[in-house]
Design a protein around this ligand. Sequence first.
Ligand SMILES: NC(=O)c1ccc[n+]([C@@H]2O[C@H](COP(=O)([O-])OP(=O)(O)OC[C@H]3O[C@@H](n4cnc5c(N)ncnc54)[C@H](O)[C@@H]3O)[C@@H](O)[C@H]2O)c1
Ligand SMILES: [Zn+2]
Length: 308
Amino acid sequence: LKRIFIKASNEYEVLIGKGILDNVGEYLAKLKKPCRAAVVTDENVNKLYGVRVINSLESAGFSPFSVVIAPGESSKCLSVCEAVLDMFARGDLTGSDIVVALGGGVVGDLAGFCAAIYRRGMDFIQIPTTFLAAIDSSVGGKTGVDLASGKNLAGVFHQPRLVVCDTETFNTLSPDIFSEGTAEAIKYGLIADEALFEKISSGNFLSETDEIVSRCVDIKGGIVSRDEFDKGERRLLNLGHTFAHAIENLSEYKISHGAAVGMGLVLAAQTAVRKGLCEENLLDKTKEALKTILYLLARLIHFLKCFL
Ligand SMILES: NC(=O)c1ccc[n+]([C@@H]2O[C@H](COP(=O)([O-])OP(=O)(O)OC[C@H]3O[C@@H](n4cnc5c(N)ncnc54)[C@H](O)[C@@H]3O)[C@@H](O)[C@H]2O)c1
Ligand SMILES: [Zn+2]
């Protein structure tokens, strides 16, 4: 089990290991007395892991109930947020209870936002089940929803009390969805760690996901501890994201966040090379790193044909 300590306004641990989903109740019991727990998840994740998390919470003395949303980015919106808040109220959730976000980045961002505003703010924990959520969205406290006019336009900073990352959950991800996380891992390599960049580029990292997740969380944790509220250094984590958010929005979210980030990294490198801001080989190296997710580039070409 790897433990990474995040020093933000609320300090918390990220636990990374295999099979640790069944220990969630035990870990949470170290932070909170038995209480009600709203487990927010999506239909896909609920089928795969819902029962294990509910059982673990019950065994540790908590009183959990499930709040299940439809999968996909379209659930990250104010109307689903309202429905979730209403289910919290009907489940008699109080401000001193806990919200458990079980799923990918969509569930994490939405459930975290609901926890931040329900009864003016309550505790929540993150249980990321996608590679992307594990290395990025479950850590750092950015929560929120999309508006029709743009991505992530309504949200607040609200740090989780704990992050439990069971890397065995990646085994049920389709190759496409796993690869979307790879784009964010390449981002960490580009901004902070050449060895990580080389490792991902080599494509030989599937047996080392715990190490990769730890390294990415470590990089993000360091940046968040120095600039929690995105005033300076944290903006590094947005590499490629100005393009990515525009691509997601213009495609009406048919292109996923991770795929859009892959495209965004290539476009950012291209722009930087054209402006003479970086070495010329950066563009080729970025494309090379993304070769493990070649389908992203195929989608990029399709996207460019459709929209530009
Ligand atoms: N808050 C942040 O700092 C931050 C950072 C990066 C990304 N994000 C956000 O994260 C979102 C993308 O997250 P995502 O890529 O995890 O997408 P997602 O949450 O939509 O998950 C992708 C798909 O995988 C399924 N799934 C999840 N876990 C599974 C598992 N273990 N096995 C099988 N299927 C599983 C889901 O049901 C869904 O269909 C975007 O909205 C993005 O804006 C937020
Ligand atoms: Zn991202």
